[in-house]
Design a binder for this molecule. Structure first.
Ligand SMILES: NC(=O)c1ccc[n+]([C@@H]2O[C@H](COP(=O)([O-])OP(=O)(O)OC[C@H]3O[C@@H](n4cnc5c(N)ncnc54)[C@H](OP(=O)(O)O)[C@@H]3O)[C@@H](O)[C@H]2O)c1
Length: 260
């Protein structure tokens, strides 16, 4: 247990499982109060209770769909009535792979809405109070898919390129207000999303799930997937006072896949 985020509160979207939950736990372990969000109220409340009990920090939880702008405004207003939000982690997202020609417009749109418009809604709701206090951190979960092209997931890559673009623009716009905005770009992280990613990609590519997983692992220098806690460590750093001059960056966590 540390104190790198003591006295702060973070809103983490998509915090009931996977990377969001790992970030919430790592923040709590550094003394950070939490406002946790996801759609399913039952999984969310179980996660919130477990984290509060384990780390002894204040944990609010608000179930809502972050693609719903009105619901997001209500969530942020309720949270801010209790405590200022010092750190925002835009983590909620979905992945629906397909070959470009096979995508339905509904699937393509759902990915853009969940991964991009969610960032618009939540960030626009949280920034005014950060600007007023002249302090804040925004951390966006983009992806290595926000930096390069991939087969059979053009909607996802388009959405994550957009998240990197928003990060850079907000890094410029928010700097005068002492609100720092960065993105994290992991390669494959071992979560429910990765399991479903392999299942769907194997079907689209016409290979077995095991073969696809082996091919993917062999393609990265560290030859394994990323643990959620390995993403959470960077999020803690970006949220902490140590990162006070880091702004507008898209941080790769890809085991050396890219070296530019
Ligand atoms: N796993 C990877 O390989 C990987 C790699 C790079 C980047 N990322 C990015 O990292 C983020 C987290 O990924 P993950 O692997 O942890 O995903 P995950 O295991 O599928 O978990 C997603 C979380 O987001 C919530 N969520 C999804 N849509 C939501 C919405 N519209 N409103 C509110 N909550 C929502 C889910 O809960 P509910 O279903 O209850 O809403 C869940 O808590 C995503 O942005 C993803 O694109 C993941």
């Amino acid at each position: 247990m540390g104190e790198r985020l003591a006295g702060k509160t973070a809103l983490v979207t998509g915090a009931s499982r996977g990377i969001g939950r790992a970030i919430a736990e790592a923040f709590a372990a550094e003394g950070c109060g939490l406002v946790l969000n996801a759609r399913d109220p039952s999984t969310l409340s179980t996660a919130a209770q477990a984290i509060g009990a384990e780390y002894g920090v204040a944990v609010q939880h608000h179930a809502c769909d972050v693609t719903d702008g009105a619901a997001v405004k209500a969530m942020v207003a309720q949270a801010e009535a209790v405590t200022p939000i010092d750190i925002l982690v835009n983590n909620a997202g979905i992945h629906i792979p397909n070959s470009f020609l096979q995508y339905s417009f509904d699937d393509f749109k759902a990915v853009i809405e969940s991964n991009v418009y969610s960032v618009f809604h939540v960030t626009q709701a949280v920034l005014p109070a950060m600007i007023e206090r002249k302090a804040g951190r925004v951390i966006n979960l983009a992806s290595s898919a926000g930096k390069w092209g991939s087969r059979n997931q053009s909607a996802y890559n388009a959405s994550k390129h957009a998240v990197v673009g928003i990060t850079r623009c907000l890094g410029l716009e928010m700097a005068p207000h002492n609100v720092l905005v960065n993105a994290i770009c992991p390669w494959i992280v071992d979560t429910d999303m990765a399991t479903s990613f392999v299942e769907k990609h194997a079907a689209v590519a016409g290979v077995s799930e095991e073969e696809l997983k082996q091919r993917l692992e062999a393609s990265v220098p560290l030859q394994r997937w990323i643990e959620p806690r390995e993403v959470a460590g960077l999020a803690v750093y970006l949220a902490s006072d140590e990162a006070s001059y880091i702004n507008g960056q898209a941080w790769a966590i890809d085991g050396g896949y890219t070296m530019i």
